[in-house]
Write a protein that binds this ligand. Structure first.
Ligand code: SAM
Length: 276
């Protein structure tokens, strides 16, 4: 990224005493090549409502603005970051809107018209929870470009019969095309987290084949993977329905285990579950 005319991030941190705090899940990115790469992965940005969760001192925020975002809303819980974000906002008049608050409390679909794109280096402690919330309204978004711990990114894209395959994989892959774009070594962050990270991109599918109730899919996958070592005839008992009838109608062996079922199998199971 060429110079955006704002002070270097390390100077910003020192001047505003923004030492990273664990309680906010803070691991900051200073590498401008990396923040630029994440921003460009979500391109084009100029025609979109862009939403960033947890801008912190603004590394990724600046990359998004530098790469053309003209309607960017950021939500940051740490009040210490507000002066820095105001400084960035003044540098890009009318382009950056700052919400001082908890992203878990904000309905991000109200922040501007479609196409809406979420781009974030997520706080690891609430990252999965935020993603599950966005999935409930996935058609409101054009793309989600998100940095997670690599282990979470792998769960998003995991295929059946692997250890990482689970509820998150089924929900994400039913609703979206999901890709890991690239890994990010822990040394890219200040302070470095314990594990490698990865940027994952989710693009909502225009066509899902079969439309089912997402709440029901969430329930069925929760029951199935909640006891993933058990056979489905046992693990699905918590659904309080005739499990054997459900499995028979769905043409799934009662001795199968959750991780053996494809996303399509779960979709069929959910459609029939909703008729019982
Ligand atoms: N975007 C910055 C970067 O890439 O350097 C910071 C990323 S850091 C991993 C996560 C950021 O999310 C922190 O700034 C933290 O204060 C903020 N945060 C944590 N929990 C939050 C929440 N519930 N709502 C909004 N922001 C939150």
């Amino acid at each position: 990224m060429a110079n955006d005319g704002l002070p270097p991030l390390r100077d910003v941190i020192a001047e505003h005493d923004l030492s990273a705090q664990k309680k906010f899940g803070q691991n900051f990115l200073f590498d401008l090549n990396l923040t630029g790469r994440i921003a460009r992965a979500a391109a084009p940005l100029d025609n979109a409502t862009v939403i960033e969760i947890g801008p912190g001192p603004g590394g990724l925020t600046r990359a998004l603005l530098f790469n053309g975002a003209q309607n960017l809303t950021v939500i940051e819980r740490d009040p210490r970051c507000q002066p820095v974000l105001t400084q960035i906002s003044n540098h890009y008049p009318g382009c950056l809107h700052v919400i001082d608050g908890d992203a878990l409390d904000v309905d991000v679909t109200t922040l501007g018209p479609a196409p809406r794109k979420i781009v974030a280096n997520l706080p690891y402690n609430v990252g999965t929870l935020l993603l599950i919330g966005w999935l409930e309204n996935i058609d409101a978004f054009a793309s989600l470009t998100l940095m997670f711990q690599k282990e979470v990114a792998e769960r998003v894209v995991a295929k059946p019969k692997t250890k990482a395959y689970g509820r998150l994989s089924v929900l994400c892959q039913y609703l979206c095309d999901c890709d890991i774009l690239f890994d990010v070594h822990r040394s890219a962050f200040t302070p470095p987290p314990k594990v490698t990270s990865a940027v994952v991109q989710l693009i909502p599918k225009a066509e899902r084949g079969e439309n089912i109730n997402i709440g029901s899919l969430a329930k069925v996958t929760q029951a199935a993977f909640g006891q993933r070592r058990k056979m489905l005839r046992a693990s699905l008992k918590s659904l309080n329905i005739d499990v054997l009838a459900l499995l028979e109608q769905a043409e799934i062996a009662e001795t199968a285990r959750a991780e053996e079922l494809s996303v399509t199998d779960f979709v069929r199971l959910t459609r029939i579950y909703d008729t019982l």
